[in-house]
Design a binder for this molecule. Sequence first.
Ligand SMILES: C[S@@+](CC[C@H](N)C(=O)[O-])C[C@H]1O[C@@H](n2cnc3c(N)ncnc32)[C@H](O)[C@@H]1O
Length: 312
Amino acid sequence: MEYSINTTADYHQQDIKTLGWELTVCNALESPDSPCRKILQYNDSYGHLLYRFMERFIPMARIRNIIEVGGGYGYVMRDFLRNKPDSKITMLDISPVLLHKQRDLLKDDVADYILQDFLNADITWLRQYDLAIFNENLGDFPTVLNISCDMFRDGSNDLPDVLSKIKSYFILYQLKKPDTPYFNFNIGAIEALEKLCFAGITYIFFSEHSCEASAPMILNPYLQIVPTGNPERIILQGHDEYTLKFSYLADVAKYHGYDVTRGPMSDFIEPDFSDRVMTILKSNFTAKDEYEVVRQFIYDLYKYEYLILTKK
Ligand SMILES: C[S@@+](CC[C@H](N)C(=O)[O-])C[C@H]1O[C@@H](n2cnc3c(N)ncnc32)[C@H](O)[C@@H]1O
């Protein structure tokens, strides 16, 4: 089978009208009336929960320059600004429509709005930032699909550029080779991370669907989360995205001298497993739309992982 490359650049540059039904965890928590908020230990919006969690690892008081890439509707930075009004924030997005929505919400509170594919961002320019945030978006970055493990054989030197680049990542970062004959590779996420590392940005936050996630034992009967270890296709309106292999990103970050904190999103969006929530999880009929929404939300809290990277 021939390899191919999944990219969402055209979709985001030309077609996207709204994130609407692509319900990110951030958007699911936006409305104070959201049923997802009601099942949390701390009922709050995504950006506030994230900010408070990041304070445990990052001296937020000392942070000044922040770049958020792919900020969607801008809710995360709105919440950060409420916590830290003196921040100098740049929003960079590939989508003119979404960048416009960010500007509508954040107005002059944000220093700069940049319409650009992050993969074209200049490393020297990135050096000014103390903190970079990529929330629920690296699965949109290019992923190479159906790569044959034959490329690891000695003598297979005559590879197309993209495969040779992937092979060089395996060698340089000592990535563990897949144990399947074919695999998918999140090349865009690795390139984005390399750019941040080369720029020497001190703090980096990533969150995305993971292909290595699993549910805690107690929730196993209710949440089917199988860690396949191979980036999985997620079919969405007008485009596909792929889950991330976080262990490779962690390896790259460590190579570049970063400390790595990694975990499920439920570390900072903590469900309260009350009797009501357990009833919702156990009921496998969709009597109420609300049950379905809550079940999907709890699934996401364990299917998503985050990385906080801190330059030593
Ligand atoms: C699924 S949305 C997530 C939005 C928001 N961060 C949230 O959590 O709700 C993905 C975002 O990443 C942006 N994006 C996708 N690929 C990008 C790229 N190569 N460079 C910059 N932004 C990108 C999209 O335009 C969109 O704003």
